[in-house]
Design a protein around this ligand. Structure first.
Ligand SMILES: Nc1nc2c(c(=O)[nH]1)N[C@H]1C(S)=C(S)[C@@H](COP(=O)(O)OP(=O)(O)OC[C@H]3O[C@@H](n4cnc5c(=O)[nH]c(N)nc54)[C@H](O)[C@@H]3O)O[C@H]1N2
Ligand SMILES: Nc1nc2c(c(=O)[nH]1)N[C@H]1C(S)=C(S)[C@@H](COP(=O)(O)OP(=O)(O)OC[C@H]3O[C@@H](n4cnc5c(=O)[nH]c(N)nc54)[C@H](O)[C@@H]3O)O[C@H]1N2
Ligand SMILES: [Mo]
Length: 769
């Protein structure tokens, strides 16, 4: 198999002909090139559906058909002609399916019928919707307290589905809402709420047209937010500086050929994206940002001494912030030695980055999982906010904070109440609208839910989408937790491993996908709504024929379970499921910013949810934007690893051919890996020091000291441009190494980007055996 491995700068740009070729191939493989192609023309169009790919915003003007290779994969994945009907389940026992890969399972195509697990035959068998709802309701009502049940949400659920779900769960009586965002951008929400009073990004897509500099920290948009590359490319072309912080050289951040630019495609040209590319150590970003802040303070001192205007935005600092002086002191007491050691970058590099910051009137900072999945993520994001405040880069055009969300509606789900500790004002309004007493006790997030399943206090798991078993840490422990449940229910479009760890009673409930037409009892097609990373709320209506006549919408399934569990006296579930406008009317009454919801979502592009911080109104206790004034962490993982022999820090990230736990294919084109996923990227010098060669196979051993032994077997070493001491490989295969016992401070997010590991060559393993 011609596997290519490259080190250092890749010769080809991201996007370009490779992306176009890959799209055509994907549509053909989906077995549904026509509906796939028709569907694509409607992706992110005002009258079409929201792309189920990522949460990047849609442009305000110009052609709104935004081409994106990975959006094509997401659409084709859902629009496939392949099916897993009851016959399929009859032919394959759960034990047999457990040995299939994530890829093989989802390759079988769309689920078609509601299914119930039959323990005698170890197979799923067909069940009627009504029987399923009745049994689920019966079991949920049999518990001594509603806190026995865990209600998981994955971020693809629409606002309407998510709002109805939280309403049902709160009427039932618990706040147990483990949510994919607990594993994702939780730290961003917490840190921004503390710093600026809102847990959401402060920029609009238009701001990318005005920024003089864009800092992209811990994010791989070429793969995970490809439409963002278009905005970065336009910014680069008009001379804006793009500064990247990423331990790994990601090709999409270096050069990009936009498949939508005919001239660029014909000339075989491409645009340089990053004007500066810094490669910190894993977890070293807080130190890196503090280093830049130190350089900014030094420049300010120099300017003052020379009688020049200050480089700090003194007016902003005086009028809008609190604790600035304490922050300045904290930065001054942090030495360059400490900064260089923890960040893995030199003072010179950080001063260069600071110069770009100082040369720009308007700066945007974006970030994603490279920042949020560490132990110190919350204070790292506080430090990013600190740095941006120094020159008033929050709340003015062309500037601001931009956490780039993952799932296409993960931000909306939180907005409409998927929150284990929802604000009191929200619960008050919900109680008033529906005339009931909402539970006030804080519920479970993902890690708390797992803890409750393991200690036996939780007895039911309901999943609104997602793949809980594969997305969470310590895979074997999770499998045990799920299979000891009294009830497991998965609302899903395709079969995945979470469905194959059945509790005592278990259901798979198949739902419509976002690309499919959702008709009500009068034959009228319904739309749902979603919120993107820029807080734009817009409508989404499917255009494809449903994969099976038996499918129900997520809203209808939730309504069915709710009616069977809590009854229909407080809420007419059936009526709501038959007319989503009624759900939106309730949302408008409960959540500020949604006034006139039904009219406004039917306008192209929808509407913007006001963000107070972007108007420089600070909903913090001090009424001002707050600096965080603490020191750097005493040590981050790479410093811990370095003190031990042959221990590395592993990050688990995404290949170009996957959507979280959904594996589209075995290639990672931009990183030059083809036909396999069991690889570990490693610095060539580390490879040599291990006495290994490119292509050698190793077992990866977990080194987290909590008494649990963890091993991922048979991975191929791939030399790569990545700092020494850091290694990288793909999630979800490597989740067997991610410890449940290691989570972010305050965020409780598993530390999937800093896992301590060592390697054992296969020869050594054979000797040991
Ligand atoms: N096609 C596709 N699109 C997706 C997804 C998908 O799986 N496939 N997933 C969606 C979801 S849910 C999410 S949350 C987003 C994820 O989007 P990303 O955050 O881009 O996802 P990852 O692949 O985890 O990549 C993390 C990046 O951060 C870098 N990094 C890791 N650790 C550090 C660090 O300590 N410091 C710095 N500076 N960089 C670091 C890695 O090298 C990598 O480039 O994408 C969304 N969009
Ligand atoms: N080690 C490691 N672990 C991680 C991460 C990491 O970077 N490293 N990233 C974390 C992050 S950022 C996230 S967001 C989580 C993701 O965690 P999840 O959101 O739980 O996982 P997904 O893989 O997105 O879920 C895929 C499944 O969703 C179902 N599905 C797809 N579309 C629909 C739909 O329209 N409706 C319904 N009901 N179901 C649908 C399909 O059955 C599919 O199998 O994983 C986290 N886990
Ligand atoms: Mo995510």
């Amino acid at each position: 198999m011609g596997k290519t491995v490259f080190i250092g700068k890749a010769s080809n740009a991201a996007g370009g002909w490779g992306a176009l070729k890959s799209c055509g191939k994907r549509l053909l493989e989906s077995g549904s090139p026509i509906s796939g192609a028709r569907a694509l023309l409607k992706a992110n169009q005002p009258d079409g559906f929201d792309c189920p790919g990522c949460a990047w915003g849609d442009p305000a003007h110009g052609s709104s058909f935004e081409f994106c290779e990975n959006g094509v994969k997401a659409v084709a994945w859902e629009a496939t002609d392949k099916r897993t009907p009851p016959d399929f389940f009859a032919a394959h026992s759960v034990a047999a399916l457990q040995s299939w890969s994530d890829y093989e399972l989802e390759q079988q195509g769309r689920l078609t019928h509601p299914m119930r697990y039959d323990r005698a035959t170890d197979t799923y068998v067909r069940v009627s919707w009504d029987a399923a709802f009745a049994e689920i309701g019966e079991i949920l009502n049999s518990f001594d307290t509603p806190d026995r049940a865990e209600f998981y949400t994955s971020g693809r659920a629409s606002n309407e589905a998510a709002f109805l779900y939280q309403l049902f769960v709160r009427l039932y009586g618990t706040n147990n809402f483990p949510d994919c965002s607990n594993m994702c951008h939780e730290a961003s929400g917490i840190a921004m709420k503390q710093a600026i009073g809102v847990g959401k990004g402060t920029v609009l897509l238009e701001d990318f047209e005005k920024a003089d500099a864009i800092f992209v920290i811990g994010q791989n948009p070429g793969t995970n937010h490809p439409r963002m590359l278009g905005d970065l490319r336009r910014a680069a072309q008009r001379g804006a500086k793009i500064v990247v912080f990423n331990p790994v050289r990601e090709r999409g951040l270096e050069r990009f050929a936009d498949p939508q630019d005919k001239l660029e495609m014909l000339r075989g040209g491409s645009t340089e994206i990053a004007s500066d590319y810094f490669q910190p150590q894993l977890g070293g970003d807080m130190a890196a940002v503090r280093g830049m802040a130190k350089a900014v303070f030094a420049a300010d001192d120099t300017a003052l001494a020379a009688g020049e205007p200050p480089v700090l935005d003194r007016e902003f600092l005086a009028q809008h912030t609190t604790d600035f002086e304490a922050y300045r002191t904290a930065v001054e007491t942090t030495g360059w030695g400490e900064i260089e050691d923890q960040s893995g970058l030199t003072r010179l590099e950080l001063e260069r980055a600071a110069e770009t910051y100082l040369g720009a009137g308007r700066v945007i900072c974006t970030w994603a999982m490279g920042v949020t999945q560490h132990r110190h993520s919350v204070i790292t994001i506080r430090e990013i906010a600190n740095f941006m405040m120094l020159r008033g880069n929050i709340g003015k055009p062309g500037a601001g904070l931009c956490p780039v969300r993952g799932h296409s509606n993960v931000q909306g789900d939180r907005t409409v109440g998927i929150n284990e500790k929802a604000p009191a004002a929200f619960l008050d309004a919900l109680e008033k609208e529906f005339d009931f007493k909402a539970p006030r006790k804080e519920g479970h997030n993902v890690l708390a839910a797992i803890g409750a399943m393991l200690d036996g206090s939780a007895k039911a798991f309901i999943g609104l989408g997602g793949n809980f078993a594969r997305a969470t840490p310590d895979s074997p422990i999770i499998a045990k937790a799920l299979s000891t449940q009294k009830l497991t229910v998965n609302i899903a479009t395709k079969l995945n491993h979470s469905h194959l760890m059945p509790g005592e009673v278990s259901f798979i409930l198949p739902c419509l996908g976002r690309t499919e037409i959702d008709r009500n009892s009068k034959g009228v097609s319904q739309i749902v709504t979603v919120e993107d990373s820029m807080s734009m709320v817009h409508g989404s209506g499917g255009i494809n024929k449903p994969a099976s006549p038996e499918l129900r919408s997520e809203v209808a399934i939730i309504a069915g379970i709710a009616a069977a569990t809590v009854g229909s006296t407080k809420v007419d579930w059936e009526a709501l499921a038959d007319d989503y406008d009624l759900i939106r009317d309730h949302i408008a009454n409960v959540i500020p910013g949604f006034e006139d919801y039904n009219a406004r979502v039917r306008k192209p592009r929808g509407f913007h949810l006001r963000n107070a911080a972007s108007h420089r109104e600070w909903e913090t206790p001090a009424g001002r934007a707050a600096f965080w004034t603490g020191p750097l962490p005493t040590a981050v993982e790479h410093q811990v690893a370095r003190s031990q022999d042959a221990v590395f820090v592993l990050q688990t990230f995404r290949s170009h051919d996957q959507y979280n736990t959904t594996i589209y294919g075995m290639n990672d084109r931009y990183r030059g890996v083809y036909g396999e996923r069991s690889v570990i990227f490693i610095n060539p010098a580390d490879l040599a020091e291990l006495g290994a060669r490119a292509g050698d196979r190793v077992d990866v051993i977990g080194k987290h000291h909590d008494g649990i032994s963890r091993i991922a077997s048979d991975f191929r070493l791939v030399p790569y441009d990545i700092p020494r001491g850091c290694v990288a490989g793909y999630y979800p295969e490597l989740n067997v190494l991610v410890p449940l016992s290691s989570a972010g401070d305050e965020s409780d997010t598993p530390t999937s980007k800093s896992v301590l590991v060592s390697f054992r060559t296969q020869a050594a393993a054979a000797n040991a055996a």
